[in-house]
Design a binder for this molecule. Structure first.
Ligand code: NBG
Length: 818
């Protein structure tokens, strides 16, 4: 054993960092400075920074191991961690040192930060939430490992061609990934297919052997996650699939080289690509394989660690396993299988471990997004797990029967197996039955969860249901991405807010101060200019920094109602053409990706471009109104937009957005919200005060009632001449010159079905927008509201969310790293 950790500790000053960057250039990249490319310098700096992280990481791991602390095992199929260099420098307090270290190197820190390509290992809010939570876990000194998948291709890059979304594969690894550490000593075998054998031993106990048809090996790549202002450094363990050479040896031996190679390719396909869907299931076998693969690796890994120092029965005392949506729900039968078939526990003991360790977060109420898998597919792929699921179901339904005798309808509703026509495994039911806590992600969502999709379960086990409102990390989404605002805030109230976001409240006392308002305004103005300059240079797009930046950034989805926003833009344009100007010039920014197979969402993107062009070509309007579709929304782009936004569009049909987290990022950066009473908007409005929030639209209850009463969108058009005109403009081809029918699918759908009640909320939305314009015309009061939005948004720190999980769900406490 080689000791000497202290000598290995890298220094944090600019001189030492510079020295290390040069060493990395020579000895990792085999380059000397005068021939180093920007990528070389990026890699060298990142590796030098990584050394400084690894030192903390090793100390953290050692402390946890030596003291056997209870740890969170966060299971998520997605982590949208964003670029790492800037956030790691921030966590380590190395920004200034890095800037100095690069002096006269031919490049700057900003260039290298800009150069980094982000790992897009997630689709949207759910994956980004997981990344914020990893940040907070480390910052709050909570022992945690996040397990996930190392997709070789993450979420596609979005190009825009002739107004259409075109997807490009995301080759994020092609220039090297300095942030990951491959762990060569760890690998786990994961089986698929085959059959099971049941055998009674001499004591009459049943033993089950699963004989898989094929086996894939999982190897881990670890990504350090540094806490801010603390030594604690946790990690993400991302699993990658490789062929099990041993398993294919027989093929090699009989000379079937191709068969062996074929199996290898098939294995490695498993972690090739992220399914690019948001809030709707992918339903593909490979996706199910990915889900099983990573939870199996994760649980085997936990058990490997546990059994090296404690008996298997301590699983639940050692690990708090959190399911981020149902994607990892196979953890339930897999943990049962490992405990029973591999480690010899009986059913009751195994179930006790499962029930005490696992908890489940639900992220959606959309019926089409609740995961179900065809039973025959699951049977073919995971025969042993289906046996276990059946047994869980049998015991569970007995319990329901005992509580609610003679209620067959209830049994059918609650069963883990859905039987409408074909048979399905209902993943949300599986996760719920096994979990000690089930939570939604905002107060409204958690309530609706117990009243709708999980109502029967909440009647059976009310004590298991709870709420944890989402949060976002103030490190990345304020301190890192909005340095101007951070400096101003720190100057006013000290820097404690970065770890204790409630302290932003101290800004309230400056909200009426004209001098402070001026500085607040100057920050926003500079951020807007910076965004406008980038839009111009990177995309050739025009935004007007003197206008209100009115922004909607999120996946493109009908329930999020980007098309409602577009109808309003058309109305504004049409009014301007008729000489009606509400006195508030706007640049409307829309950004977001559409799932590649979601044709309607892609058509909405195309419509946005059609409208943008019509406005830009019209000299009567283009100085008062702009519509800008910002391509390729990702964490990097997001970090440019939030700091520059004046108005945040959170306009989903009430009851459909589980929480939203972009809404919180905008608020923290001083944007005012125009929004419905949906998801976390409800709590944002409560926190910032109704006077500083532009509320409109039907409530979730009104939406349900309206649909039940038989909603007829034509009636909305008939009673609203402006709405009628706006629809007519789209239908007439005003935004699709030469192709009049292009947008007819959108028009037809709105006029005849309108499932998301766009037209029903249109007038209320326009009225709220009129209030926005009115408020904008009084800068002092707008600025006051903006300051108060930031000041009162402390609740939306992911530190608050994670503290709630830690106390109420995980029962886990902080551990100080020496
Ligand atoms: C999404 C919701 C958002 C929510 C995020 C994070 C899914 C299935 N759900 O409203 O749509 O903010 O999860 O909780 O992606």
């Amino acid at each position: 054993m080689i000791e000497g950790a202290d000598e290995s500790r890298p220094r944090g000053d600019a001189k030492a960092l510079r020295h290390d960057v040069i060493r990395k250039l020579y000895f990792e990249l085999a380059k000397f400075p005068s021939v180093a490319t920007r990528n070389d310098l990026y890699l060298a700096l990142s590796l030098a920074v990584r050394d400084r992280l690894l030192h903390r990481w090793v100390s953290s791991a050692r402390t946890y191991l030596e003291n056997q602390h209870r740890a969170v095992i966060y299971l998520s199929a997605e982590y949208l961690i964003g670029p790492q260099l800037g956030s790691n420098l921030l966590a380590l307090g190395l920004h200034d040192a890095a800037r100095m270290a690069l002096e006269d190197s031919g490049t700057t820190l900003d260039e290298l930060v800009e150069h980094e390509e982000e790992p897009g290992l997630g689709n949207g809010g759910l994956g980004r939430l997981a990344a914020c939570y990893m940040d907070s876990l480390a910052t709050l000194d909570l022992p945690a490992v996040g397990h996930g998948l190392r997709y070789e291709f993450g979420i596609f890059d979005q190009d825009i061609r002739d107004g259409w979304q075109v997807e490009r594969t995301d080759r994020w690894l092609r220039r090297g990934n300095p942030w990951e550490v491959r762990r060569y000593e760890i690998e786990h075998s994961v089986g698929f297919g085959g059959n099971t054998e049941h055998e009674l031993d001499e004591h009459g106990r049943m033993h089950v052997h699963w004989l898989p048809e094929r086996v894939v090996k999982g190897i881990p790549y670890d990504v350090p996650v540094a806490g801010y202002g603390t030594q604690t450094t946790n990690f993400l363990r991302l699993w990658s699939a490789v062929a099990d050479e041993e398993f294919n040896l027989d093929a090699f031996q009989v000379g079937e080289y191709w068969r062996a190679v074929d199996a290898k390719i098939r294995s490695e396909n498993l972690t090739k690509v992220l399914y690019p869907n948001d809030s709707s299931p992918a339903g593909k076998q490979l996706r199910l394989e990915q889900q099983y693969f990573f939870v199996s690796c994760a649980l085997q890994d936990c058990i490997r660690l546990l059994t090296s120092r404690a008996p298997i029965r301590q699983f639940a005392d050692t690990f708090a396993v959190q399911l981020n949506d149902t994607h990892p729900a196979l953890a339930v039968p897999e943990l049962m299988r490992l405990l029973m078939d591999v480690h010899g526990l009986g059913w009751d003991d195994a179930w006790d471990q499962v029930r005490r360790s696992i908890a489940y977060t639900n992220h959606t109420l959309l019926p089409e997004a609740l995961e179900v898998w065809p039973l025959p597919l699951m049977q073919r792929l995971l025969p042993r797990h289906v046996e276990i699921i059946f047994e869980i179901n049998r015991r569970f339904l007995d319990e329901v029967r005992a509580r609610f005798p003679d209620d067959d309808a209830r049994l059918r509703r609650m069963s883990l197996i859905g039987e409408d026509g074909d048979k399905w495994v209902r993943m949300a039911h599986l996760a719920t039955v096994a979990s000690h806590h089930i939570n939604g992600v905002a107060a409204l969502h958690s309530r609706l969860l117990t009243e709708t999709v999980l109502r029967d379960f909440a009647e059976l086990w009310p004590e298991r249901f709870t709420n944890v409102t989402n949060g976002v990390t103030p490190r990345r989404f304020v301190a890192l991405s909005n340095p101007r605002l951070s400096d101003l805030v720190t100057e006013a109230i000290g820097e404690g807010w970065i770890k204790d976001l409630d302290r932003l409240r101290e800004l309230e006392k400056h909200a009426n101060d004209a001098g402070f308002q001026d500085r607040w305004h100057a920050v926003k103005r500079a951020n807007k200019q910076e965004l406008a300059a980038w839009l111009r240079s990177a995309h050739g797009l025009t935004a007007d920094p003197s206008a209100m930046f009115d922004a909607q950034c999120k996946r493109i989805h009908e329930y999020k109602r980007q098309h409602l926003n577009l109808l309003h833009v058309i109305a504004l344009w049409d009014r301007l053409r008729r000489g009606i100007d509400d006195g508030a010039a706007r640049t409307v920014l829309i950004a977001g990706k559409a799932a590649p197979a979601y044709h309607r969402a892609k058509l909405i993107i195309r419509l946005a471009h059609g409208i943008a062009e019509a406005i830009a070509e019209d000299p009567r309007t283009r100085d008062r109104l702009r519509l800008v579709f910002v391509p390729d929304f990702n964490v990097k782009t997001a970090q440019r937009i939030y700091p520059a936004a004046d108005l945040s569009e959170q306009i989903s049909t009430a009851g459909m957005e589980a929480s939203g987290t972009g809404n919180m990022k905008f608020t923290l950066n001083g944007a005012l919200t125009i929004g419905t009473l949906d998801g976390a908007n409800v709590e944002i409005r409560e926190a910032v005060g109704a006077d500083h929030f532009f509320l409109f639209g039907m409530t979730a209850e009104e939406v349900t009632a309206r649909k039940r009463a038989g909603y007829r969108p034509q009636e909305e058009i008939a009673r609203d001449p402006e709405l009628s005109r706006v629809i007519e403009l789209i239908a007439s081809g005003a935004f699709s010159p030469g192709d009049r029918g292009l947008f007819m699918p959108i028009v037809d759908d709105l006029v005849h079905r309108d499932p998301f009640l766009v037209l029903a909320d249109f007038r209320a939305y326009c009225e709220a927008q009129a209030r926005v314009s009115h408020a904008w015309r009084t800068p002092a009061s707008w600025l006051r509201s903006s300051i108060l939005n930031t000041a009162r948004a402390g609740k939306f720190s992911s530190d608050r969310s994670i503290s709630e999980y830690a106390e109420n769900i995980w029962r886990i406490s902080p551990v100080t790293i020496r």
